[in-house]
Write a new protein. Structure first.
Length: 222
């Protein structure tokens, strides 16, 4: 069965959400973005969803006295749209057990580093300070370990002389959009899944993340 219903979770601008919206509008992605959820009412990405007539919900985390209560409320809210896939696109909250149990193997996250390098925040500056020659973004299955789930796909860009964190982030951003669309496209054709902490493409496991090429396609590095 193809993945048809996708819920996207955001906390900010929603530029990757917009890339998914554009890809569905153009016919490239055969999915329905059925729900957009944000933990921030002022997230600009909500306006992108409204413009595309996608249902939205806001669940402010600061209104909950306990993290466990927020986790349970988020799981119930996410279940409302009956999604087959959840995409964390700049969602700045760690998911708790209710979400991970309810949607096991169906949550993916975009992280701005070449995982396992630099989990957490401040990835651009950390890569520059380490003297790395390249940086990039990864999409991985979400598990209880912060940014530690099995990696599905990555995009690499060079770190150039004179780069700072802002310049590096702005140059990576359009490639992140390509990565999100290409990876969700795999899910839409039921080509990728996770089992026993391994990622499978067309039923075969691979040891290295798929790599995004200049033309927007993903290739197997094994």
């Amino acid at each position: 069965m193809k993945v048809k219903r996708v819920t996207v979770l955001i906390s900010g601008s929603g530029s990757n959400l917009q890339a998914l919206i554009d890809a569905t509008s153009s016919g490239r992605l055969d999915v329905e973005i059925c729900h957009v959820i944000s933990n921030r009412a002022d997230a600009p990405g909500l306006q992108r969803a409204h413009k595309a007539q996608i249902p939205t919900s806001v669940l402010p985390h600061e209104q909950f006295s306990k993290r466990s209560e927020f986790d349970q409320a988020l799981a119930a809210l996410a279940a409302f749209g009956k999604p087959q896939l959840l995409v964390l696109a700049g969602f700045m909250r760690i998911l708790g057990a209710p979400m991970l149990q309810l949607f096991a193997g169906r949550i993916i996250n975009l992280h701005p580093s070449l995982l396992p390098l630099y989990p957490g925040t401040g990835t651009y500056q950390r890569a520059i300070e380490a003297g790395d020659k390249e940086h990039g973004a990864s999409i991985h299955f979400v598990t209880a370990e912060l940014d530690g789930g099995p990696v599905i796909s990555q995009v690499h860009i060079p770190i150039l002389p004179g780069d700072n964190a802002d310049i590096l982030a702005s140059r990576l951003s359009p490639r992140e959009h390509d990565l999100v669309v290409s990876t969700v496209e795999l899910f839409s054709h039921h080509r990728v899944h996770c089992a026993n902490d391994a990622v499978f493409l067309d039923g075969k496991p691979f040891s290295k993340p798929l790599r995004l090429q200049a033309d927007g396609t993903l290739t197997d590095q094994d």
